[in-house]
Design a protein around this ligand. Structure first.
Ligand code: HAM
Length: 428
């Protein structure tokens, strides 16, 4: 059989134990940080109704949905993102939930994408969302949480930066140019393609929205503005979008995050539901795609038939962050908890070894028992290759003397313990 027959389908991943360890480390950081910032966990079904996921046309994501029909003829899909499911769950309980809520999830998402660096057809996404708060503090808390997670992974201000803008601000600018509200949503989706497709293609999209060549020139000119002050000069001091961006910057400063963010009008986002501040986080060298992205969405719940509630959220994928971390020197500060490998020379030591394993496990120390007698050399080779901190190899002599020797693998130091009570003291 061709070796490729054992590969997963293109764009999908298997996780062997070593991959799974890295994945678990990332998920642990995501979970710990979310909980420490006051987010509550939730989950949703991976299969959704296609109807829920299909929204306005023009969004790339809609064409990327994996769809199927079930045996009863229902049109279903694998979720490409978590946000519609979250909105559905909140609307279902909107009467009972006390808003605002802060929720997080780690969700596997599926998108039939063109495969490229940082893009697979399946990825895990850490979602953080705050629903029911119109206050700019929600954006700030969200970014503080995501940046905290990056920091714990070893990615600080020298490695990553958040670029932000505001669709409300862009709307004000488009109004200023005489481009009416009904054209804004499609204009945003076209502008999101800047840098990804050539300018001529974006022009065509904007022309299809009946923007005149002159208006298109002015849109391009606007998007090239680089500071909020320049934008303010066009819109004046009373712009509500500018006021909220200024407040956003001020509050980020309280957390000392002002140096890790940068105003960037070219950030628009490719999903149609965003209405306010939008942001994406990149490596400072801009070698990779976005590590996370998100923003404020005001109308998603009402679009689904719910009561109005403003939301703000982000999605942080597992693929790009792993690619970025792989370019940096490995960190040595990762401390594994104690874990004991247990081996034995002959069948006679099997049961004493089982008792020792049991004693450690009762103390919540991991203990892995050899499944059959083995030679000392083979045992220590196996123990050294695994994720163990300590090893015990039992021979007839140990049983006779009633003492075991616990070897600390990193320096071969030995601790002697009674066979009858081997886990009386913690492993050092
Ligand atoms: P998104 O920008 O489409 O936003 O995805 C968020 C993140 O998921 C990206 O920055 C990237 O890290 C990762 N990601 C997306 N697609 C792929 C892929 N094909 N392969 C690998 N990684 C990928 C959303 O999905 C929004 N629902 C986020 C959100 C939550 N907005 C509000 N709440």
């Amino acid at each position: 059989m061709d070796a490729s027959a054992f590969n997963p389908p293109r764009g999908m991943r298997d996780f062997y134990p070593e991959d799974m360890r890295s994945r678990n480390r990332l998920f642990t950081v995501w979970r710990d940080v979310a909980e420490q910032h006051g987010f509550a966990p939730y989950d949703a079904c991976v299969v959704e109704s296609l109807e829920l996921l299909k929204r306005k046309s023009g969004e790339e994501i809609v064409d990327q949905i994996y769809t199927f029909t079930d045996k009863s003829g229902r049109d279903l899909a694998l979720r490409p993102e978590m946000t519609p499911s979250l909105a559905r769950m909140v609307v279902a309980r909107q009467g009972a939930l006390t808003l605002p809520i802060k929720w997080y999830a780690i969700a596997q998402c599926f998108r039939y994408e063109r495969m490229s660096k940082g893009r697979k057809r399946e990825h895990y996404q850490w979602n953080l969302d705050i629903l029911g708060s119109a206050d700019i503090s929600a954006e700030v808390e969200l970014l503080a949480t995501a940046l905290d997670a990056l920091n714990r992974l070893g990615l600080g201000p020298d490695q990553v930066r958040v670029h932000y803008s505001s669709r409300a601000l862009l709307s004000e600018l488009l109004n200023h140019l005489g481009i009416d509200q009904p054209h804004h949503a499609a204009t945003f989706l076209a502008l999101d393609k800047l840098g990804k497709v050539d300018a001529a293609e974006i022009r065509t999209l904007l022309q299809a929205e009946s923007l005149t060549p002159d208006a298109i020139d002015r849109v391009f000119e606007l998007i090239a503005l680089t500071t909020l002050d320049e934008v303010q000069a066009r819109l004046g001091n009373t712009s509500p979008a500018i006021q909220s961006l200024r407040r956003f910057e001020e509050l980020l400063g309280v957390y000392g995050l002002e140096k890790q963010v940068r105003f960037d009008l070219s950030i628009v986002r490719g999903l149609s539901y965003y209405t306010g501040i939008v942001f994406e986080c990149f490596d400072v060298q801009r070698q990779f795609r976005a590590l996370f992205g998100g923003g404020r969405y005001d109308n998603l719940l009402t679009d689904l038939g719910g009561k109005p509630a403003s939301g703000v959220g982000l999605g942080f994928g597992d693929v790009v962050v792993a690619e970025l971390l792989a370019t940096l020197p490995a960190r040595s500060d990762h401390q594994s908890p104690p874990a004991l490998a247990l081996g034995y020379m002959t069948e006679n030591e099997r049961i004493p070894a089982m008792r020792i394993a049991d004693a450690f496990r009762r103390q919540q120390v991991g203990a892995d028992l050899g499944l059959q007698p083995e030679k000392a050399k083979a045992f220590f080779a196996r123990a050294g290759a695994g994720h163990f901190t300590h090893a015990v190899y039992l021979g007839p002599d140990d049983i006779q003397t009633g003492q075991i020797r616990i070897k600390r693998l990193k320096d071969r130091a030995e601790m002697v313990r009674p066979v009858s009570n081997p886990a009386s003291e913690p492993l050092e």
